[in-house]
Design a protein around this ligand. Structure first.
Ligand SMILES: [Zn+2]
Length: 229
């Protein structure tokens, strides 16, 4: 089976190579900085007799980028952090194939930074959910290709992770959250170790609202245990 190495994208505007960014592209004329880096590292590993696979399964990279999109991060927001155009980021997010280890590491790093809060675009978030992509919470092990997203009931309402993050950040009035999203916000704060009173204060909720959210969380937990048993 032949496999096509992914293109990591042109960085030097005048580079005329057909592919960019790794030792193989370098061999065929790419002199972009990431190709130079990769060639240097590859040569060093060869010298040390520990040539490691430069390409790895792309499942985790793809899921991370799609999860960031569900949170409202656009390809351009992510690409800006890498200092590249958005198209290579989109390709990493969409195509089911091998990715360069450095790309995987950079995506994982940006995911650690951005997955804890909402991105700037609710439109991106809605579209991503509509595509059937999953947010960070859906994955028990985001790198495991055999891991199924945690959406046991396909008809169950889906948490709007963007709205939850915005509410937790204080940028969205919690009174505008749907019940399921409010419950998720409460669940996250309790999981962070806040006490009930602190959760109420943080989300400006009534006592009854917090109690109702906690009951929903307990019900969900019980259902999960029943299903697992
Ligand atoms: Zn190049």
């Amino acid at each position: 089976m032949s496999r096509v190495l992914p293109d990591r994208g042109r960085i030097s505007p005048h580079c005329k190579a057909r592919r960019h960014g790794d030792y193989s592209a370098y061999r065929y004329g790419c002199r972009c900085p990431h190709a130079r880096d990769d060639r240097r590292i590859y040569a060093k590993r060869q010298r040390q007799g520990r040539a490691q696979p430069a390409y790895v399964d792309g499942t985790g990279t793809r899921r991370r980028l799609q999860a960031l999109a569900v949170l409202g991060w656009r390809w351009t927001d992510i690409a800006d952090r890498f200092g590249i155009a958005w198209q290579p980021v989109q390709r990493l997010a969409l195509l089911n194939r091998l990715v360069h280890v450095d790309s995987a590491a950079r995506v994982a790093a940006v995911y650690r930074e951005l997955s804890v809060r909402a991105g700037p675009s609710p439109i991106t978030a809605r579209r991503s959910v509509a595509k059937g992509w999953h947010g960070p919470m859906a994955w028990a092990d985001i790198d495991d290709p055999t891991c199924e997203p945690d959406t046991a009931d396909p008809d169950a309402p889906v948490v709007d992770e963007w709205a939850v993050s915005e509410a937790l950040a204080g940028r969205l009035d919690p009174s505008r959250l749907a019940d399921i999203d409010l419950t998720e916000a409460v669940r996250q704060l309790l999981a962070d170790g806040l006490r009930t009173g602190q959760v109420r204060y943080r989300l400006r909720l009534s006592f009854a609202q917090v109690q109702r959210a906690i009951r929903s969380i307990r019900t969900a937990l019980t259902t999960e245990e029943t299903r697992a048993a």
